[in-house]
Design a protein around this ligand. Sequence first.
Ligand code: UDX
Length: 416
Amino acid sequence: MKRISIIGAGRVGLVVAACFAKMGNKITVVDIDERKIAEINSKVSPIAEPGLDEILNEFEIEATSDYEKVIDSEAIFICVDTPAKKDGSISLESITAATEQISNVLKCRESYTLITIKSTVVPGTSEEVILPILESSGKRAGEDFGLCMSPEFLRGGRGIEDFMYPARIIIGEHDAKSGDMLCDLYQVFDAPIMRTDLRTAEMIKYASNIFLATKVSFINELGNICKLLGIDAYEVAKGMGFDDRIGDKFLNAGLGFGGSCLTKDLKALIARAKEIGYEPKLLEQVLGLNERQALKVLELLKRHIPVRGSTIGLLGLAFKPGTDDISDSMAITIAETLTEEGAKIKAYDPLAMHNFQKSFPWLECSTPEEVLNCDAVVIATEWEEFNRLDYRGKIVIDGRRVPKAREARIYEGICW
Ligand code: UDX
């Protein structure tokens, strides 16, 4: 059993805390949000993530806003958010604030502590920003404390599974002792471990997410051409997927990618590349294509009804099924665009209505039946239950390929 502290009780921090607790470690979670702290201490997960409530119930996890509680930790994982600023570049406000607090704690700590960054940070941040703050404590990396950067690849809705059964573990290490200690903590996992330097680990995270985003924008672009030519993009993707250099995953054409990572990471690397004098043309196109894709809904709707004055039903608000997360969800672009065009919207989502209304209180939420009774229906998230609705007699614009929706009177897929 190790004493481990997790800084940040967001989607990553909570999963990391829960999984390390399940593996028999003593866990302290530090966050600045008192509401989250109270929820965790009363064994309720502040977010909808399968399996989290069960682990919180079964295992002891202490949540606090007091960094003093971190003092006896052998390992500290920094999992705070690194959101995009208005210009798309990364905001290091939370991570520098958290690191300053850890640095204060380090001053009084006699034994060696391993500090691991799990937050996504642009290449160079661990060495150029985090390390100097930690060393301002008077303690030396590699001697008094360890420093690693180990990115997470957790998908929303499958975080626990992804953490427990990772495809790979990346350890960016300041020095070999730091890397050895993190390797030791990760020993329980049956996954290839790659050890590298801090900035390469940081880049591997961006490269992975941006490659996934590129696959989606690629298949969407191809899908748009396929639709014009009367070809089904899904059949094309299936045919391509037999080649294992291409693979059959992440080639579902549709509305495009949302979520808290793909868009944010693309923007952050674009901003960083420009900062160092490089014009990242492909990355800009991947982002631009994605922004354009959701607007196809309006174009397709206009073929069948006058949008102004109509009531449009929106099925799905979460950025993907299985989560209540609406970060960068395509449903936001669709709801805003249709409203600007003079339509009224009624929306339904099994999990994300509350989150959506918090940010967009003007949106009217309703039942699936009422949504289906609107002048036309747009499917923005492929929730399983949408495949059980009765679409007969309706006009449906399907952004996510829900098979049952094809029974609609008028059916249009975005890329098929
Ligand atoms: C992603 C990465 O997958 C994960 O490894 C990383 O660490 C965090 O970011 P997540 O944001 O949870 O995970 O979502 P993901 O399942 O990757 O889907 C992202 C978006 O792409 C969703 O909006 C999804 O609908 C869309 N998508 C995905 C497609 O449009 N087509 C596809 O073929 C796959």
